[in-house]
Unconditional design. Sequence first.
Length: 243
Amino acid sequence: VFTDRGASFAALARPAGYLGSQVSWSPDGSRFAYCLGSSDGFDVRLVSRAGEVERIVDGACSPAWLPDGTLAAARDNPPSIVAGGKTLLDNASIARLLGRTGPGRQRVAALFASGDRLFASLVSIRGGRERPLAAALAVLSPDGSVDFSAELPRDSLPAAVGLSPDGQALWYFEEGGGNAVLIALPGGRRLPPFGARWLAWSPDGAYLAAATDEGIVLYSWPETKRLDTVPTDAAVVAWTRSR
């Protein structure tokens, strides 16, 4: 793990398996969590800055932190979203958000926290089928109530998600098409930029960066006025905080 100045302060000796999610830092920067996948399933590992594993959450993935330091995660069996030992979204609610999906298995494909809200992508899958039977998006308030939801077209796979700091928009990465989709909240209207591969808001919410065929394009937010372009090849873009 590296600081923004390039100095390493922790090294992880990863056990057998693969990284199942991005690394998610606690609000105070003292700990981080990541998802480890193996033939036995997934678990979330909570790690100190020194690289010591503090806690393991079995059968969970997609760690995300709420502002008070509560760690949220997506459980696989039964499918649910949990935070601080409380179930915010249960299996029945996930099935209802996905609509009539037939004999598929529901799961939370991605989870993201912004402010005190959680944003999840939900899918229904069937063994041997590459694309989901159904997919949906849901934005949750701290008590687990659904602030926004939308069913997606059949075969959609929202593999990564993000929520703007001001709560005015969400985006998801459509793995099948390899493109980022930006949606206004509330209402669900599509917003520009179109054709981007990845999106990321600055920590203060004033700018939106998009990874495109032209390079990394910087927009003002929420006006989405184009400001600048960095001519570099990028598939994913992220921000760091200024010091």
